[in-house]
Design a protein around this ligand. Sequence first.
Ligand SMILES: [Ca+2]
Ligand SMILES: [Ca+2]
Length: 370
Amino acid sequence: MLASASAAFGNISLDLQGVSAEARIHRIDANDAATGMTIGAITVMASGAGASASFEGMSASAIGAITVTTDGSANVAFASFSASATLGNITITTRHSGDTVTFTDFATTASGRMGDIVINATAGSDVAFGDFGSSGIGLIKVAGEGAVTFGSASGNRINGIDLRGVGSGGSFTIDLSGVSAGVVVDGGLGTSSIVSSKGDDEFYLESGRGAESIRYQTASQGTDIIVKFEAGTADDQLEFVAATFGTTGGLMDASGEAAVTAQLTNGITAAYALTAGDTVIVLATGFDTNASALDFLDNNITFKTALAGEASMLVVYGTGTDTVVAVLDIGTATSLTTLASGSAVLSLTQVAVLSGVTPGALVAANFEIV
Ligand SMILES: [Ca+2]
Ligand SMILES: [Ca+2]
């Protein structure tokens, strides 16, 4: 169908049953914000191995709620659609292994808003979103055992990510690095990979269950709080992108080489010489403040090999109840062996607080350097 409108489009409803049912809707352009042209609600039911529906090139000032239900290995795809003001709720239910639902290249303009995205994906089905953006994005709520993948989100905020309905076979991926405000994430039982937002995120994970990877790739991703992080196993991991993390030339090891793998020091309580390969400095002494932890580092750490230039290293210290994961940025124009020995400009920036975790409970497998 090729359509253009000088007035609002109404609702669109497709009911595709059977192996050969197919519908393609190409280019509905009602995009005139001044006159408020809109597209109504879109409802798609696709059932059967050959059932497919594709929508491509829709734009309007507002697009209504989109509801997609698939069964029997059906495929539904949306691509290249945008709303200059609002985009309604998106609700997706996949009922059968082999079902696929994809959304690519969709957005509102900078001041627009998106509704909630609610997904219930059965085992063996895939729901995939590409990069998407909006000034404000509603709640993203996922349940089931399927694979749910989002690309990079951008905008001011997301109302929350609720994965509590995800089963142990389910997986979830999203990149929040383009989102300004912190996001509250409720974890589930499945496997999730989340890139931290620019704000102070809060992760509430399932105790002893679920495999979470939380990634940090720049020095500007706020200070996250992670509750019920699984220390001592590889199930839960903090990931750091060595080449870009930290403010002074990427993450280094104790010899001033680019960090490759996570290696934790012993718990440090006094003057300490780092050994080759150390990448995470673990302080066993508790500190009330970030500044006191930095003072301790300044006075007690000796590198394996003199640092030739600027470097950043990961640091872990306890507060008595929680563990702080921080990045130590070392700005220096001259070679130095100890932090106190030269004209180094030091800063210690909190990255994440692991609530209820003690530093000694962490193992190298809790850190992934990528
Ligand atoms: Ca963050
Ligand atoms: Ca977990």
